[in-house]
Design a protein around this ligand. Structure first.
Ligand code: ES4
Ligand code: ZN
Length: 326
């Protein structure tokens, strides 16, 4: 069996996926037409050509612009259904997907429209692929905490269908401490907590995510490695890191995949996982991410199996379901 087939056949969980980041240019064009929305691109090739980023903010500007084609519940359904089909083909048996309600409510699309479309696709994916899916409501950190509280309030009627809250968007200048109160409120509602930290931000932001927010899982976390004390603490506590290699390459978090620290993370005892982040923008889905680091860092099948095992250990599935996947 080739390594590529081994990877696709490895049952895995995806823990770091922005559903808006799975909007492929072809669907962007189709939805632009269906909803009569103007987009600043002439063709699908034109869109792909625009996907050259030198930092996180370059990407975010295009990502928010692309999301403007999403207007109706059916659009969110079609977006998510396409992702679930693609993920199932990559061996994903459990997915914990993020959505950014504020990206949509700020444009006048109601929270209920967004979540209704996503939930119908989730219910379908569970029936069609036997995949389990959980939703993570992610707050935009470039907005203020009051806006995050409004979003949490809008989510109240849907809390039985939301597993966790997260924190994404522009990291630098928006440290986790800015959201300490809304994260405490989310925890009091019984939600799990995740946050992007240490993607572009310094180790200090990772300390804040664990000490001030009390996160159950860290998204990215790459820059933790700059601090040996922090690294040892994350390893000792069994903190899961949702690492996204192709994202790291495209956003220049690493200069080259040959320099990606995934194997160093494993060697340091970190519970690292591999994920796709924004696959439509970064050039590949989850199996492509496994393949890319396997080739660039010479990972063997035991390493790949460990990464997949970590994805279940780091999931928010109940213990008996985790055990069933190991
Ligand atoms: C994101 Cl890669 C990344 N980082 C931070 N926020 C995001 N939102 C969507 N993708
Ligand atoms: Zn992300």
């Amino acid at each position: 069996m080739t390594t590529s087939d081994f990877i696709a056949g490895l049952p895995k969980a995806e823990l770091h996926l922005h559903i808006e980041g799975s909007l492929e240019p072809e669907l962007m064009f189709a939805l632009a037409k269906r909803n009569n929305v103007a987009i600043p691109f002439a063709s699908v090739e034109d869109v792909r050509a625009a996907y050259a980023f030198s930092r996180l903010q370059d990407f975010l500007d295009i990502y928010y612009a692309g999301a403007d084609v999403l207007r109706e519940a059916q659009d969110f359904h079609d977006l998510a259904a396409a992702y679930f089909d693609r993920a199932a083909a990559d061996g994903v048996v459990h997915a914990e997907i993020m959505f950014d309600p504020q990206t949509h409510t700020a444009r006048g699309v109601a929270f209920d429209t967004v979540i209704t479309g996503l939930l119908s696709a989730i219910d379908e994916a569970q029936a069609k692929h036997g995949m389990s899916v959980q939703l993570i409501l992610s707050f935009l950190r470039h907005l203020d905490e009051a806006d995050a509280f409004v979003t949490l309030e809008a989510a109240r009627p849907w809390l039985d269908r939301i597993a966790a809250v997260g924190l994404d968007s522009s990291e630098l200048g928006h440290p986790p401490e800015k959201f300490a109160r809304v994260f405490a409120a989310a925890r009091a509602l019984g939600l799990k907590l995740v946050a992007h930290a240490g993607e572009e931000g310094p180790p200090e932001y990772v300390y804040q995510a664990i000490d001030l927010l009390g996160v159950d899982r860290l998204d990215h976390g790459n820059r933790s490695l700059e601090d040996p004390v922090l690294t040892a603490r994350l390893a000792r506590s069994g903190m899961t890191l949702t690492v996204c290699p192709l994202s790291n390459l495209k956003l220049c978090v690493v200069d080259d995949l040959a320099a990606h620290p995934i194997d160093r993370m494993l060697r340091e005892g970190l519970r690292a996982t591999i994920n796709s982040d924004d696959p439509a923008y970064f050039g590949g889905y989850i199996a492509d991410n496994y393949r890319a680091v396997a080739a660039a860092r010479g990972l063997d099948r035991d390493d790949l199996a460990l990464l997949a095992r970590n994805s279940f250990l780091g999931s928010f599935l109940p213990d008996d379901a985790v055990a069933g996947h190991l």
